[in-house]
Design a protein around this ligand. Structure first.
Ligand SMILES: Nc1ncnc2c1ncn2[C@@H]1O[C@H](COP(=O)(O)OP(=O)(O)OP(=O)(O)O)[C@@H](O)[C@H]1O
Ligand SMILES: O=c1ccn([C@@H]2O[C@H](COP(=O)(O)O)[C@@H](O)[C@H]2O)c(=O)[nH]1
Length: 241
C-alpha cells in the first residue's frame, strides 16, 4: 500500500482572477502567466481532484468601469461577461496544450463558440476527469464572477471555493492600499461581511454562507499554493460559516 499523501478534497471550484492573468502587463493575457497557472491546475487535476474553474474578466473589461463613463450599466456588464468568455477560451487552450481535457461552458448562449452551461453535463465532465471552465459569470448583469464561483460551486457540490488571486489571503484592509493591514488565517462570513472586506462581494459571501460552502483565499502568484490548499495544508485565509 502506498503512503503517498492524498488530496484532502475531491471536487473544487477554483475562481481565477482575470487580473492575475495579466502578469506584469497593463491588460490582457500574459502568455507565460497563463501557462504557469495552468501548470498548477494540471498538478492538482492529476492528483485526481475534480476541478471546475470560474474565470474573471477584470484584465479585459469591468462593467462598473463602463458604467462609470456613461455606458448603460447592463450593457457594460454583458461586455464584461463576454470578456470572461475570451479568458475561458485562452485558459482551455492552454490546458489542452498541457495535456488536460478542458470543456468551456457558457452562461450566455454563444453556441458557435462554446457549449451552453448544462449542470448534468458539467457533472458528467467532472466525473470523467475533464476540467470544466465556466464562462460568462452568472449570465446576469449586476453580478460578478465571484458570485458565479459561489453559485457554480454550490450547484456542482464543490467542497471548497478556492479564490486564487494576487494577494495571499483576506486582510484587515486592502493590502494594496494600506501597508499596515494584517492577514487573517481564518474569518467567519459574518465578520467578513460586517467589516465590508473588499476581497469578494457580499453576494458571493452570503451565498456561500447560506450553503455552508467555505472559501479559501490564496495567492495564485505563489508557486505550489494551489496544491498546498488541495492537500489540506494551511495556506491563505479560510472564510467559514
Ligand atoms: N480586505 C482585503 N483583503 C485582501 N484583498 C483585498 C481586500 N480588500 C480589497 N482587496 C483587493 O481585492 C483584490 C482581489 O480581487 P481580485 O482581483 O482577485 O478579484 P476580482 O475583482 O474578482 O478579479 P477579476 O475581476 O480580475 O477576476 C486584491 O488584489 C486586493 O487589492
Ligand atoms: O455574473 C456576472 C459576472 C460578471 N459580470 C460582468 O463581467 C465583469 C468581469 O467580471 P469580474 O468578476 O469583475 O472579473 C464584471 O465587472 C461585470 O461587469 C456580470 O455582469 N455578471
Amino acid at each position: 500500500m502506498s503512503d503517498t499523501p492524498r488530496p484532502a478534497l475531491k471536487r473544487i471550484l477554483l475562481k481565477l482572477s482575470g487580473e492575475a492573468l495579466m502578469g506584469d502587463d497593463a491588460f490582457g493575457i500574459n502568455q507565460a502567466t497563463i501557462v504557469r497557472m495552468v501548470q498548477e491546475v494540471a498538478e492538482v487535476s492529476r492528483l485526481g481532484v475534480q476541478v471546475a474553474v470560474v474565470i474573471g474578466g477584470g484584465n479585459i473589461f469591468r462593467g462598473v468601469a463602463g458604467g462609470a463613463v456613461g455606458m448603460d450599466r447592463a450593457t457594460a456588464d454583458y461586455m464584461g461577461m463576454l470578456a470572461t468568455v475570451m479568458n475561458a477560451l485562452a485558459l482551455a487552450d492552454a490546458m489542452d496544450k498541457q495535456g488536460l481535457t478542458a470543456r468551456v461552458m457558457s452562461a450566455i448562449a454563444i453556441e458557435q463558440v462554446v457549449e451552453p452551461y448544462v449542470r448534468p453535463k458539467a457533472l458528467q465532465y467532472l466525473e470523467e476527469g475533464k476540467v470544466v471552465v465556466f464562462a460568462a459569470g452568472t449570465g446576469n448583469p449586476f453580478f460578478t464572477t465571484d458570485t458565479a464561483a459561489a453559485l457554480r460551486g454550490a450547484e456542482i457540490g464543490a467542497e471548497l471555493v478556492l479564490k486564487a488571486t494576487k494577494v495571499d489571503g483576506v486582510y484587515t484592509a486592502d493590502p494594496h492600499k494600506d501597508p499596515t493591514a494584517t492577514r487573517y488565517s481564518r474569518i467567519s462570513f459574518d465578520d467578513a461581511m460586517s467589516q465590508n472586506l473588499g476581497i469578494m462581494d457580499a453576494t458571493a459571501f452570503a451565498l456561500c454562507r447560506d450553503q455552508k460552502l467555505p472559501i479559501r483565499v490564496f495567492s495564485i502568484v505563489k508557486h505550489g499554493a494551489l496544491k498546498r490548499v488541495v492537500m489540506g495544508e494551511d495556506e491563505g485565509t479560510l472564510v467559514h460559516a
